[in-house]
Design a protein around this ligand. Structure first.
Ligand code: NDP
Length: 293
């Protein structure tokens, strides 16, 4: 049996269309135009691609998009002053500082300076804490995307055995909290975990967020399991071209899993779409409107 491919492109496009409809509604009914400010420090090529894509998709959804590009050697005080200005700006409902930041800047200090109400990346300790406490908050976009993709296969995750491989603040940890909120039973694995293959073999839901090309083998996967591959790894081919692969050995897993996300075309597509969802949610919350559907 070949696994069903979970098409992140289609699911993200549907989500963006729903956000655009809601944006049009809040504009019509409440004269509210959600606004997202993206701050890019330095000129990392991958970050520039992400920021361009965020800008285009924000505008396509009918929201206001504000881009702030700062040199790699910007003083921390200048970056903090920009964040303080964006925190006060009534046209800005979401603030995203593109990571990673240059080493000269303290990421924690910068993230902590963002108004939690505008923290659309969900990384401020207030939002991470509220998520851990099980109460509604702005959740990090990639884990949110993973849950939406899983729910395209399973209407309810209640009682399912899930394994999250990776425990970063950006992906693994918040994903664990979101899965707990869905009443899944969650195993968290990391670089010190033992017998990863056996842990994996028990899981109905496998989330790989490691950053190691094709580490999760087909033989680790329980027949029929749903596999969500967060990894984005760039491999150099013999002909000099680069190829993107995930953290899961896709061809092997395809013959065992019930459903699987491809790389590219899976989780990556969802991240920006969920950023738009968070910006809309933040704008409604700041204006005192009910959370959008
Ligand atoms: P990090 O490097 O921050 O975290 C990696 C995690 O994997 C750590 O918790 C680490 O464990 C664990 N790990 C490393 N080696 C092993 C191993 N051999 N066995 C088990 N666990 C291991 O990465 P991120 O969470 O930021 O990203 C993970 C992947 O997801 C990357 O490929 C990244 O490019 C991709 N990504 C994709 C996004 C998207 O939109 N699709 C968005 C963000 C990330 P320990 O804690 O013990 O060190």
């Amino acid at each position: 049996m070949t696994a069903r491919i979970i098409d992140g492109k289609i699911i993200a496009a549907e989500l963006r269309a729903r956000v655009a409809d809601e944006v049009a509604r809040v504009q019509r009914e409440h004269q509210l135009t959600p606004g997202l400010a993206v701050v890019l420090v330095g000129s990392d090529p991958a970050s520039e691609v992400y920021v361009r894509s965020k800008h285009k998709q924000t505008q396509a959804a009918g929201m206001a998009s504000f881009e702030h590009k700062l040199p790699a050697d910007v003083a921390e005080s200048d970056l903090l002053a920009l964040i303080a200005k964006l925190n006060r700006d009534p046209a800005v409902h979401g603030i995203l500082v593109q990571l990673p930041l240059p080493k000269s800047l303290n990421t924690e200090t910068i993230i902590n300076a963002i108004d939690p109400a505008k923290d659309v990346d969900g990384l401020h300790p207030n939002n991470a804490g509220r998520l851990a406490g099980g109460s509604a908050a702005l959740s990090p976009c990639t884990p949110l995307g993973c849950i939406i993709l899983t729910k395209s296969v399973h209407a309810s995750l209640e009682g399912m055995n899930a394994i999250v491989i990776g425990r970063s603040n950006l992906v693994g940890r918040p994903l664990v909290q979101l899965l707990l909120n869905e009443n899944a039973t969650v195993t968290i694995a990391h670089s010190r975990s033992r017998e990863l293959a056996q842990l994996c073999a028990r899981a109905d839901l496998v989330y790989a967020a490691v950053g190691k090309p094709e580490m999760v083998r087909g033989a680790w996967i329980k027949p029929g399991a749903t596999v969500i591959d967060v990894g984005i790894n760039r491999l150099q081919e013999a002909d000099g071209k680069t190829r993107l692969v995930g953290d899961v050995a896709f061809q092997e897993a395809l013959n065992v899993a019930g459903a699987i996300t491809p790389v590219p075309g899976g989780v990556g597509q969802m991240t920006v779409a969920c950023l738009l969802v968070n910006t809309l949610r933040a704008a409604c919350a700041i204006r005192g409107l009910p959370a959008p559907a």
